[in-house]
Design a binder for this molecule. Structure first.
Ligand SMILES: C[S@@+](CC[C@H](N)C(=O)[O-])C[C@H]1O[C@@H](n2cnc3c(N)ncnc32)[C@H](O)[C@@H]1O
Length: 334
């Protein structure tokens, strides 16, 4: 998925640095926590490396993706994929609220693709509730639906707005495609605020990848949240936002970010803590260094990084095409 802040292209930098700092061996019983998990790429990497992974995100679509990547062991695809792809479209929540043909005045998907998404989402819920598919397959197919439908979205990159005219990739006929299955130990996945969760867990490596700026994930990915939950929410305004009060992140506000971060470091029961952040984030490098150094031995690593596509499109005044990615490392005295 093209996700704001995805660490997909920084994986080798992260892995190299984390392995150098910790010197822990793969395939041992170590616990790796990825608590701002997003698409789940970092947790998946450490699951593959033999760690027991704890994953968390405040967004439900991310929980669904991570339930699949981190906690599924051997779901089967057999005939179900064919069955779901052969369903006739229906006029459900997606069509009625995110497609122009329904009169919603929102153009997130073509009418046909919206109806197809409704048919698959409805059928999955029915099969799960009737006990015809188990939890592993439910999250396997639901995660695959979220990942697949995102490729047909008629947006510039996120769901903060839709395009007036249907773009080429959104006009293709929607087809559900299955995500890869990650091998390794079965991990644990949460869907809660990190500052609450941190007091209840412990482990060896804590990886933190919070939002860097004021852009909230709940408003930029609200359509995926609703497809994942399929809970018939009341929608507001031109772009059809759902109520997001409980998912607003303290890490997206200059007023709250420092105390939320300090609370996190103070209350974490992990020997090694790694924070991804860039040089344009809400917290300054000095603030991060000062907070982390209070709790043990601190060191930082850097890597130059290409700017996220939406940042370039939305803010044409940005002159530099790249930012500096920091990995702040702490060996905590516990
Ligand atoms: C920079 S993204 C993480 C990207 C992820 N590492 C990846 O590679 O896909 C930040 C994530 O933190 C989540 N988030 C923001 N505030 C949170 C909070 N207070 N508790 C838990 N998750 C939060 C967002 O929903 C978002 O998915």
């Amino acid at each position: 998925m093209n996700y704001i802040g995805s660490k997909y292209s920084l994986l080798s930098f992260l892995q190299k640095t984390i392995d150098t700092v910790t010197n822990l061996k793969d395939n041992s019983d170590y616990i790796f926590a990825d608590l701002f998990a997003g698409t789940g790429v970092v947790g998946s990497l450490y699951r593959r490396k033999g760690y027991k992974v704890i994953s968390n995100d405040i967004q439900y679509y991310s929980y669904v993706l991570n339930k699949h990547y981190i906690a599924n062991s051997n779901p089967s695809d057999n005939e179900l994929l064919k069955h779901l792809n052969n369903l006739d479209g229906i006029k459900g929540f997606v069509y009625n609220n995110y497609c122009e043909g329904s009169g919603s005045e929102r153009n997130y998907f073509t009418d046909d693709n919206g109806m197809k998404c409704d048919a698959i989402r409805t059928e999955l819920e029915k099969l799960y509730n009737n006990g015809e598919i188990g939890e592993e397959n439910y999250f396997y197919f639901l995660a695959s639906l979220i990942n697949s439908i995102d490729k047909y979205a008629n947006t510039a990159s996120v769901y903060g707005a839709f395009l007036k005219k249907i773009k080429k990739s959104a006009n293709k006929e929607f087809k559900l495609e299955l995500l890869p299955v990650i091998s390794g130990k079965k991990g644990k996945v949460y869907n809660t605020d990190i500052n609450k969760l941190i007091k209840q867990i412990s482990g060896d490596i804590l990886y933190l990848d919070p939002p860097y700026n004021a852009r909230q994930y709940c408003t930029n990915y609200h359509v995926l949240e609703t497809i994942a939950k399929y809970d018939n929410p009341t929608l507001y305004g031109k772009t059809g936002l759902r109520n997001y009060e409980k998912q607003k992140s303290k890490f997206c506000s200059k007023r709250t970010v420092v105390s939320a971060f300090e609370d996190l470091i103070k209350n974490s029961h992990f020997k090694y803590i790694f924070l991804s952040y860039n040089n344009e984030g809400l917290m300054s490098l000095d603030t991060i260094k000062e907070i982390m150094s209070t709790y043990g031995t601190y060191i930082q690593y850097t890597q130059e990084y290409r700017r996220f596509k939406a940042d370039k499109e939305e803010n044409r005044n940005i002159s530099a095409d790249s930012t500096v990615e920091y990995l702040h490392c702490l060996e905590k005295e516990i």
